[in-house]
Design a protein around this ligand. Structure first.
Ligand SMILES: [Zn+2]
Length: 96
């Protein structure tokens, strides 16, 4: 990430729950050996709009895809109480 303007030191050591964009998606997808990736978000999920194509959808697992364009989105488990924390991996990204 080179466009982060937060000024914080949270990028040390690579991805973490406060990463952004693709870095966050990768982090959540690999957390706990991938166990969190398909785990349901408490409360039934987060209603959001795709950050790639704008289609409304509900993110029901910590890593999920837009039903329209398959754009990959994720939210860190400690921050999953707010749809504003959902990060988008970018168009063309596919989960490893
Ligand atoms: Zn989409």
């Amino acid at each position: 990430m080179s466009n982060c303007a937060c000024g914080g030191g949270h990028h040390a050591g690579g991805g973490g729950p406060f990463s952004e964009g693709r870095e966050l998606v990768d982090f959540v997808a690999q957390a706990h050996g991938g166990a969190k990736r398909n785990a349901p978000i408490p409360g039934g999920g987060l209603a959001t709009s795709c950050q790639g194509c704008g289609a409304p959808f509900t993110l029901t697992t910590f890593v999920g895809s837009c039903p329209e364009c398959q754009g990959v989105h994720a939210v860190a488990p400690p921050r999953s109480d707010d749809a504003a924390n959902i990060q988008f991996a970018g168009l063309g990204y596919r989960l490893p």
